[in-house]
Design a protein around this ligand. Structure first.
Ligand code: AMP
Length: 546
């Protein structure tokens, strides 16, 4: 017997129509490329999204067509999120930090029909335009007529103006309803090994994920909040915040390209931001700015961080120096992206001081909707004892089942588990801790050493700005950890003192064999340390040293 409840489909357009009706005046604030501020709200966003949907239809876009964006966080990008998915097409966000070769590959693989771009990314399009003419019919500059840059496009590819499209379209449009399992948006993995792969989110998965990150122990957004996603809308839908903020009715503050510590602090204070989300490197930049300038961030009640491991020293610094709670989440493109979040539960609610900081080093417990387990080399599930570590696998309604273009279910094993490629432990209270990416593990004399744990300890050293551990080849032990660091501005690095910080914190044989000081660490398009480049460059460092 079925329940007798209304079978209403979970539609992305319903978020913005809800926000326009219930939270019409909640602001959407954008910092433009030139540093000026643009103010809009949810009523205006929904109205312009309706016009944009009409404009897309006039341009020949149909349900399931891929419409791409190459854009920063802005009110126009938000309008596109709703217009494209809302009218039944698929919003394909492209990461402008990818190499030109990867951009042309994914545009062709996705068979994009139109690409909406911020004018600053005209050079990216100029580089790939001759290679993407098979399906792309138009490039739309997200600005007004005066903002259209000179751009040579091949015959058959038009150069259009966003504001002209909106001006020329009628707002008399009714959002359609269709199957909630329909594809809504597409994002390619950053592909540090091999080609990027497309993850195709549905209306249903997007709404369930947006609801799940809105609970109190995760991002916990309220209508009176003002949230600034530093995480980009061009990668994994900015952790779903463009959906969860209007769902909750919170104001959205869009930073555009201004992501350095001083600009972020300026926006926090100028716009009374209460919550923000970013990767550790962004918060590192903010911390350095706050310390050197003496500026405070007193309106902030929660900073959310994820994308790579969060050093304990960072959590401690924000807590003790600024009274700001740093909350760590973990996830991946294939998971929409959020899978876990680290907040105490009944088992550890009493923790304070060092013990609480230790807990907060963990990536946390699974959100409702996400099942996880760790498995050994033989595929058998390992115990949740905080010690055994193995490959982390996940299941759930916002986790991918196959990559775009592949056979349904092809990314899963026979029991429906998706392998994350992360190596982790899970403790008896359900808290997961990443010890490594499977491809980054260090195997020294047959034993595993956790690069994440060593990096975390190194990052706590007062002279170190950023730290990475890689597996370096070793004649006797096969692989040994090599520490590569950058110094904080104005600090000198004393190698012996750096190696001393590991004493007593890990087994003596985990201590890195050497410390390399470099001026900058390479980062991937999504802000993680690019270990593959480091490995290629320094893999033989210990062998060469003899
Ligand atoms: P992406 O698909 O680009 O979002 O990258 C996903 C990967 O980033 C995960 O599989 C992890 O290896 C890593 N990652 C994400 N969040 C965290 C975190 N809080 N701690 C450690 N690694 C993380």
């Amino acid at each position: 017997m079925f329940g007798l409840m209304q079978d209403r489909p979970l539609m992305i357009a319903s978020i913005i129509t809800h926000a326009a009706r219930q939270h019409a005046k909640a602001e959407v604030v954008s910092k433009n490329i030139d540093g000026t501020i643009h103010r809009s709200n949810y009523a205006e966003t929904e109205r312009r999204a309706r016009r944009l949907a009409r404009a897309l239809i006039a341009l020949g876009i149909k349900a399931e067509d891929r419409v791409a964006t190459l854009a920063l966080n802005s009110y126009r990008h938000l309008e596109l999120y709703y217009a494209i998915s809302g009218m039944g097409a698929i919003c394909h966000t492209i990461n402008p930090r990818l190499a030109a070769d990867d951009v042309s590959y994914i545009v062709n693989h996705a068979e994009d029909r139109i690409i909406f771009i911020d004018g600053v990314f005209a050079p990216v399009i100029a580089a790939v335009a001759p290679l993407i003419g098979k399906t792309v019919r138009a490039i739309v500059i997200m600005g007004n007529r005066a903002q259209i840059p000179a751009l040579n496009l091949p015959a058959g590819m038009d150069l259009l103006c966003y504001e002209d499209l909106i001006d020329g379209a009628d707002e008399n449009y009714v959002w359609p309803e269709f199957d909630e399992r329909s594809a809504a948006s597409l994002c390619y993995t950053s592909g540090t090994t091999g080609r990027p792969k497309g993850v195709l989110y549905s209306h249903r998965s997007t709404l369930l994920h947006a609801l799940a990150v809105n609970v109190g122990d995760v991002i916990g957004i309220r209508a009176v909040d003002r949230i600034l996603p530093v995480v980009p809308m061009f990668h994994v839908n900015a952790w779903g915040i463009p959906y969860s903020a209007p769902m909750a009715g919170a104001a959205l503050i869009m930073p555009g390209r201004h992501l350095d510590g001083a600009s972020i602090a300026g926006l926090f204070n100028g716009e009374r931001v209460t919550i923000s989300c970013g990767v550790p490197t962004v918060w590192l930049g903010l911390l350095q700015h706050l310390r050197s300038s003496g500026e405070r961030i007193d309106t902030i009640r929660r900073l959310t961080v994820g994308g790579s491991a969060v050093p304990r020293s960072m959590t401690e610094a924000f807590g003790t120096e600024y009274g700001v709670e740093l909350g760590q989440g973990w996830g991946m493109t294939e998971m929409s992206p959020v899978g876990t979040y680290c907040q105490p539960n009944a088992a550890n609610a009493h923790l304070t001081g060092d013990e609480l900081l230790r807990l907060k080093e963990k990536q946390g417990r699974a959100l409702w909707g996400v099942e996880m387990r760790i498995v050994g080399d033989d595929g058998a599930a390992l115990p949740w004892d905080g010690v055994a570590f193995g490959l982390l696998q996940v299941r759930g309604p916002w986790i991918c089942s196959a990559y775009f273009g592949d056979a349904p279910g092809s990314a899963l094993d026979a029991e429906g588990w998706f392998s994350t490629g992360d190596i982790a432990t899970i403790d008896a209270d359900g808290f997961m801790e990443i010890t490594d990416r499977a491809k980054d593990v260090i195997k020294s004399g047959g034993e595993w050493i956790s690069s994440v744990q060593l990096e975390n300890i190194a990052a706590g050293h007062p002279d170190i700005a950023e730290a990475a551990i890689i597996a370096a080849r070793h004649a006797k032990w096969d692989e040994r950890p090599l520490l590569i660091v950058t110094a904080k501005p104005g600090h000198e690095i004393d190698k012996a003192a750096v190696l001393d910080v590991f004493t007593g914190k890990v087994a003596s044989w985990w201590r890195p064999d050497d410390v390399l000081v470099v001026s900058e660490l390479p980062h991937t398009g999504t802000g993680k340390v690019h270990k593959m480049i480091l490995r290629e460059k320094y893999r033989d460092h210990l062998v060469d040293k003899g």
